[in-house]
Design a protein around this ligand. Structure first.
Ligand code: MRU
Length: 381
């Protein structure tokens, strides 16, 4: 089996990537995003001065991943407020940019609520905008803290489930610093294992069709000096059959009240494989990804994306929102493609959901409600 050798040493990690940051140049406040469509070949920043630009960045996946979408939504409301745009209109546009990740609407509502409360208390435009910005910053800090806590809980659980150490972890999509105010969700657990010398191998699914695994997770793993190997999504079965996977770790875009997990398409087949091969299947997500208002998996809206992402290579990045892409065709012209961005894994296939408040078995779903109630999360209807 061809392995990608680790080429850095633990302790020589570069600083975490600034996937998103707020800046205040003299021309006015901006939200600066690391353009994830350009990775891994180029580290290019995208400067958003208004909400339509941010909505486009969300829809083209320049900024993506559930926790980061929450931050983008919250800072987007602050940006609208600071630049004198209609905050309710901005909130509606941002919330509607992508449907599945619950964090996006949550971040928007949190900043919009802070803005509204400030207005109700008599704040002027500037004061209300400052309140929205502070809400975004607070969410950012909480997300970073949640990452660190999930990494700790996740590693403890891995060590409990796999007492021998030397973990070989399979992951899907991208769940690292690129999608978080901290070091991510599932990836942060693998990184924690790496730092204590207990990660033997990170198996990275390439994650068709947009290649978040090969473009982004492999990029992050290489930067961190982790021992990782890339595989095509459909090679995962043979990897399980060969006994090479000790645990599967994924993130989530929305977790319903019954413990059903929506995550990047291709997660559900991994859960089925894991069950068959008696391998733990762990979902790592902050409580902001738990949506107790959605009763079960059937009620989760799954984003359907352009077929061009499947029929053309790089179609994702050239074709968003337009007819006909400019990518390399890999199917006859006019081929229809089925392209759901996510799938839903039922609770009975999930060994545990790891949150910042600890891990729960999702089979009953009740543990999730208790964790949410216990957390200091600001809840809004
Ligand atoms: C911590 S990130 C968890 C999920 O958001 C991630 O696995 C995922 O599915 C992202 O999908 P994307 O379409 O790239 O935004």
């Amino acid at each position: 089996m061809a392995d990608q050798d680790a080429h850095n040493t633990v302790g020589a990690e570069p600083p975490a990537l600034p996937s998103l940051r707020w800046e205040e140049p003299p021309e006015g406040p901006v939200l600066v995003l690391l353009d994830q469509t350009r990775l891994p070949t180029e580290e290019v920043e995208l400067v958003c001065t208004d909400v339509p630009a941010l909505v486009q960045a969300i829809q083209t996946l320049a900024v993506r991943g559930a926790p980061l979408l929450g931050l983008a939504g919250a800072y987007g409301v602050a940006l609208a407020a600071r630049r004198g745009f209609d905050v309710d209109e901005a909130a509606a546009q941002l919330s509607g940019a992508r449907p599945t990740a619950v964090n996006l609407g949550y971040g928007v509502r949190r900043a919009a609520a802070a803005h509204r409360t400030a207005c109700e208390k008599g704040a002027d435009e500037e004061g209300a905008a400052a309140a929205a910005l502070e809400a975004a910053r607070e969410l950012h800090r909480q997300d970073a803290a949640a990452s660190a806590a999930m990494a700790g809980h996740g590693l403890a659980l891995l060590d409990e489930l796999l007492p021998g150490g030397g973990h070989r972890i399979l992951t899907h999509c991208n769940t690292g610093a690129l999608v978080s105010g901290g070091e991510g969700t599932a990836f942060a657990v693998a990184l924690a294992a790496h730092r204590v010398g207990r990660l033997r191998r990170l198996w990275v699914d390439e994650t068709r069709p947009l290649l978040q695994g090969s473009r982004l997770t492999a990029y992050e793993a290489a930067r961190r000096g982790m021992a990782y190997t890339l595989l095509t999504d459909n090679a995962a079965g043979s990897l399980f059959a060969a006994g090479e996977v000790d645990a599967v770790l994924i993130g989530a875009d929305r977790i319903a009240a019954d413990g059903s997990v929506a995550n990047k398409v291709g997660s559900y087949p991994l859960a089925v494989l894991a069950k068959y091969h008696h391998v733990p299947f762990l979902v790592v997500a902050p409580l902001t990804t738990v949506d107790l208002g959605t009763p079960d998996g059937a009620a989760i809206e799954v984003e359907q994306r352009s077929g061009l992402e499947v029929t053309e290579l790089t179609g994702a990045f050239s074709a968003a929102g337009v007819e006909g892409g400019s990518g390399l065709p890999v199917a006859p012209l006019g081929t229809q493609a089925y392209n759901p961005a996510f799938d839903v894994t039922p609770p009975e296939l999930v060994t545990a959901i790891v949150t910042e408040e600890g891990a729960v078995s999702p089979v009953t779903g009740t543990g999730l409600a208790e964790l949410c109630a216990r957390s200091r999360r600001v809840t809004m209807s």
